[in-house]
Design a protein around this ligand. Structure first.
Ligand SMILES: Cc1ncc(COP(=O)(O)O)c(C=O)c1O
Length: 544
């Protein structure tokens, strides 16, 4: 039996309100710092809340939906506008400033100069307009300030994370009935895809390589040599970085060519594995991507899973962006086979429209996380294992990942998922896909645009403007078409009328629309193309 709680006086009874307030009288707004009772603080906090909310909405409606990015756009100009002549940060403020003054400063100095996710022609890397329920979750989570590392520092918060991890595990397609069992699926929220990929590679090293090499401890040093991890030329940079940080030599990463649709195929990997085995190397893992950053391409995961099974390789799928397509019955077939992977990266802050930051690593076997991140510090008392059945052990998330102190990241996704339902989230995903498909169709049907690949898999579309049309553009000197795309991206940014990134595909520069913007419509896409044409015409006139 736990010890009974003794009745305690309300915390506001213990001290005299005036003397408590006086402890903070050095500040112009003592009631926003010394929080003790509803009587003392509630009114001031409600006023502050209204002012903060108003400042945020002023940003959304005066800037966010007006321009895709604020002015000026140049790095040096922005620096000098922000910092003034010093061009760099000064010392920290030593004296207090009232919140209203700071909100005014936010309004004038910061709000006009953002990259605006609320703009209907914002097609940035993968930054969505965050759902209102997600913003609500962020806001409330900051008030709660739970530590989701050791169970008793965020008791129900750990369950909220467990719950959304279950939903993400279902999205991946892992068996729902086995979720949370020791050898069943589980996962952990992360800051994003980079951290999730890093942790997945840590599992591949400490669980799988150890097994492959028959070691009695996690492999280090010389045991990391002669190993191969297979990726395509479209893999996210975090895979290479992760392997390097984990101590693997540079040649561990075997970068294989993607096919004409930018996909890694099973025969390509099977051939490389066979070749490497003959050379005495140790094939360890395939790190596939389902929804690549560049083009949204989806590797042949079912085929790669076959190779992984036959060759006894770890299969990680980086579905940071693409996993969300599985929420839509109409689109889920475009991202098949995630459930066949040992580990999967899913980033709700991409195509599930969450406020930054929230990523996730979902794994097929909960024990893989526990076996990898098992070291416990003595001060985490809630870390004692009390029961061999993981469902009865206190849920100490620090045992499942890299981090110690962790915030209640799950709340925003929990609220959003309940607010929209899976069906609502699916509608928004489908909307973005439909708008991207319209963009692809419009480019294919025009003489002055081209796209690559011709049939985008998900909601990323890579396009090029062809000045004068297809034939004249082909006749341009080498590099001219590439420079034209870079120029257009900058001109579009300066116009404020839309935003596209650029990327390199097969050595050429392409404009890239990463559409996770559920506020964009087909007319926005039409207008975007018109704006690009108009800007390009201006350039032609200038060039004479
Ligand atoms: C496929 C893929 N994986 C991983 C990442 C990294 O995610 P994050 O930047 O959220 O850490 C990205 C980011 O765009 C991505 O597109």
């Amino acid at each position: 039996m736990p010890p009974q709680r003794e009745p305690s006086p309300s915390s506001s009874d213990v001290v005299d309100p005036d003397s408590f307030r006086n402890r903070f009288a050095w500040h112009p707004e003592p009631e926003l710092i010394g929080i003790r009772s509803a009587e003392l603080n509630r009114r001031a906090l409600e006023d502050a809340g209204a002012r903060i909310w108003e400042a945020a909405l002023d940003y959304v409606f005066e800037h966010g939906i007006e321009r895709a990015t604020g002015e000026p756009i140049g790095y040096r100009d922005m620096r000098s506008l922000y910092y003034g002549d010093a061009l760099g940060p000064g010392a920290a403020p030593s004296d207090p400033t009232p919140l209203a003054d700071l909100l005014d400063e936010f309004r004038t100095r910061l709000a006009p100069h953002m990259l605006n996710p609320w703009h209907p022609r914002q097609f940035s890397y993968f930054t969505p307009p965050p759902l209102v329920a997600s913003i609500a979750g962020e806001t409330v989570a900051q008030w709660l300030n739970q530590g989701i590392d050791v169970w008793n520092c965020g008791p129900v918060g750990a369950f909220v994370e467990e719950e959304v991890v279950r939903w993400l595990s279902d999205l991946v397609g892992y068996p729902a009935e086995r979720f949370g069992q020791r050898d069943g699926p589980f996962g952990v929220l992360t800051s994003g895809g980079v951290m999730a990929n890093f942790m997945a590679l840590t599992l591949a090293r400490d669980v799988h390589l150890r097994r492959v090499r028959g070691l009695d401890r996690p492999p280090r040093g010389a045991s990391l040599e002669g190993v191969r991890v297979y990726v395509s030329d479209q893999a996210h940079f975090s895979i290479a970085r992760g392997l390097s940080e984990l101590g693997f030599p540079d040649d561990t990463l075997a970068i294989l060519p993607s096919d004409d649709r930018f996909r890694l195929t099973a025969p390509t990997v099977a051939e490389a594995v066979e070749h490497d085995r003959r050379a005495g190397l140790v094939p360890l893992a395939i790190a596939a991507v389902a929804g690549s950053t560049n083009t949204g391409s989806v590797d042949d995961v079912p085929g790669l899973a076959e190779v992984a099974r036959a060759e006894h390789l770890w299969l990680h799928v980086d579905a940071a962006y693409g996993a969300a397509a599985r929420i839509s019955p109409r689109l889920s077939g475009r991202v098949p086979g995630l459930e066949l992977a040992d580990s999967v990266t899913v980033d709700p802050h991409k195509w599930l429209f969450q406020a930054y930051d929230i990523g996730a690593l979902v794994v097929r076997r909960r024990t893989d996380l526990l076996d990898t991140f098992h070291r416990s510090p003595e001060y985490y008392r809630g870390g004692d294992v009390q029961d061999p059945d993981a469902t009865h052990e206190p849920l100490n998330f620090y045992r499942y990942g890299m981090e110690g102190s962790r915030r209640l990241r799950a709340l925003k996704l929990w609220l959003s998922w309940k607010h929209l339902g899976s069906s609502g989230l699916a509608r928004l995903v489908e909307t973005t896909w439909d708008v991207a498909a319209h963009l692809a169709r419009s480019c294919r049907g025009a003489d002055d645009f081209e796209i690559l690949p011709a049939e985008p898999e998900l909601s990323v579309v890579c396009l090029r403007h062809l000045p004068g049309g297809r034939s004249p553009a082909r006749a341009l000197p080498p590099g001219a078409l590439d420079r034209h795309q870079d120029w257009l991206a900058t001109a579009l940014e300066a116009s404020g009328d839309g935003w596209l990134s650029t990327t390199t595909l097969r050595g050429e520069t392409w404009l890239r629309a990463g559409n996770v913007n559920y506020l964009a419509t087909e007319s926005d896409v039409d207008r975007l193309l018109e704006t690009l044409r108009r800007l390009a015409a201006k350039r032609a006139v200038k060039a004479g």
